[in-house]
Design a protein around this ligand. Sequence first.
Ligand code: GLC
Length: 733
Amino acid sequence: MNESELRRLLADLSLEEKIGQMIQLPGYFQNAGNITGPANDMGFTQDDLRFAGSYLSIIGAEKLRQMQTEFMAQHPHHIPLLFMADIINGYRTVFPIPLAQACTFDPDLIEKSAVVAAREAAVSGLHVTFSPMADLVRDARWGRVMESAGEDPFLNGQVAAAMVRGYQGHDLREPGKIAACLKHFAGYGAPDGGRDYNTVELSERTLREDYLPAYQAAVRAGCELVMTSFNTLNRIPSAANEWLLREVLRREMGFEGMVISDWNALQELLAHGIAENPSEAAFVALRAGVDMDMVSPIYAKNLKELAEKGRIPMAWIDESVWHILRLKNRLGLFEHTFKDADEAAEKTVHLSEAHRRMARTCAEQSFVLLRNDEQLLPIRGDDSVFIGPYAESPLLNGAWSIFADDQDTVSLKAALRSRPKTHEVPVVPGCAMADPEHPVIGFQHPLPPEELDTEAALEEAVRLAKQAEKVILCLGEHRECSGEAASRGDLSLPRCQLRLLDTVAAVNPNIIVVLFTGRPLDIRPVSEKAKAILLCWLPGTEGGEAVLRTLLGENNPGGKLSMSFPYCTGQVPVYYNHLNTGRPWNAGILDGRFGSKYQDIPNEPLYPFGYGLSYTTFACSPVTLSGKRMTRSTSISATVSVTNTGSRTGTQTVQLYIRDLSGSVARPVRELKGFRRVTLEPGQCTPVTFTITEEMLRFVGLSMDTASECGDFDVFIGFDSRTDNRARFTLTE
Ligand code: GLC
């Protein structure tokens, strides 16, 4: 439909039909013809269902084609439904969690993963994914850190933009393309205490400097939707935050698409205490610019009366409905109502060998080798025993993998059994996944209790460990312990797993820990007892195969931490791009007592942002600059030579950090401004050059404008955020 036809359609709609477009209902309200219990409980009526604009979390080509057919037949203007769902890290073929994908430092690979996710979702009839999640996160207590790209604004932006490109391509009408919904706008990843849905207190400068850049990158990449976050900013919930949505998002960032609330967020404006009644909630949300109300009755039950009484201008409603109709039109739904929904294609596209291969590659590149003393890794396979709850668990998908089937996942045990060389190696649980006093709370439903004779399991583990050359200890946090509403006050591993570690390490010093988790954890005990640590996050459908290929050396791990691993929970939030303070602890007075430090723990995390080892080794030459001075109209090249000094091919991620030594406001001790992945043969050496531009030096200054300021800068180039390989230059007028 062309724009004038679409404008005419908008003009022809009744008020009920317009308001209907602004309502999104959950899948369990399905069957437009039949009101269901929950719908009634929420006050929805038959008409609300008749005119609804969208459903979420309902999937399947056959189901959605039937639903679309029934719905459009009864709709007065036959406007198609939008079908949306959370495809956070894959649909049926599950990829590593986004926090792990970010460790690849490979935007092209992340884009390809999103292409696969979109292709699989599209054939099942979906039009929109609630992804990318671009919330910056510095607090691992917050369970949704697993959905994020971690603690760095630049890396976050690269990941978010790559996902948007992968999902949307160049034209949403193309087969296999779906619209991307950026979330959660804004600042959701910074709740007080790391507690989900809690208050967010950010200065405007910190919001703009650290939290907005990733959202801006996704908007620049063309994301079609933005989802408001549950939290308050400046004590105003995002869904009612006119400054945030109309000034910052639309006017400043140039977003022209559709704004959807998060689940029931409009109803929650009452709990926030910024609306006295549902009618006022509808008013403040529409005034702020929320186009579609996700699963709350606020718009459905109140907009009509507000409009008829003239309390809201029809222009507000028309503007929202226009955003919604335009998205449907961009997806080509008026011409191709079912878009890509195709039952036959579901059978061939889902979990295809090519998709599995892509998921395995992404998993392998996301692994971070944290330690490898005595080159204990790689193993032969028949020299080891595999112990731990994750040695055989198929639960390797992240908590949001809600449309996948764990039966499709390759566990580590399954991978071992699929190879002649490791077909017989012992694989035993050794302990339960979780402590009985802290049972895992399911993401969507309660989990069955773990049936295990823990004493017998431990004895069996010790017996096997005594006989083996090496022990592969597969530990970690249950996947349901991260994700939404999964904040934790203690980042330690379960006590049962720590007991297993201690007991096995007492009989065999050659401990290799393979760590599965949705968040950074306090892994001091692991660091003390294990000679090698391979961080595998939640690696997805092909996780077991990817882990085994890495343990055997068929894959050489090269991932880099997208988020710091804290020394302990008490150190959180901990992140590399912090301010220096007036008393950086190493420059304190009276022996450092009065420096910015703790009395009982170090300031440094256990493992820093950007860190990761390889089965080979690399060297980096000192930084050379093409000049010592630059102006706003020139640039400087910063070069190092990187050499593979080891005995096998490996990939290194060379990282560029810049420090602004002085500004009109305090500046971080360093900020990531670029990275380059290089794969080198043994002995091979290659130059890596970064161009430093004036744009890289800009920040939110005293006047709240974003600009560079003249002065001295340090350039750091190395293999993680602690590199001291530096050179200095000056920006002059
Ligand atoms: C949830 C989440 C959001 C998700 C939405 C739809 O509450 O906050 O990320 O996309 O509801 O499932």
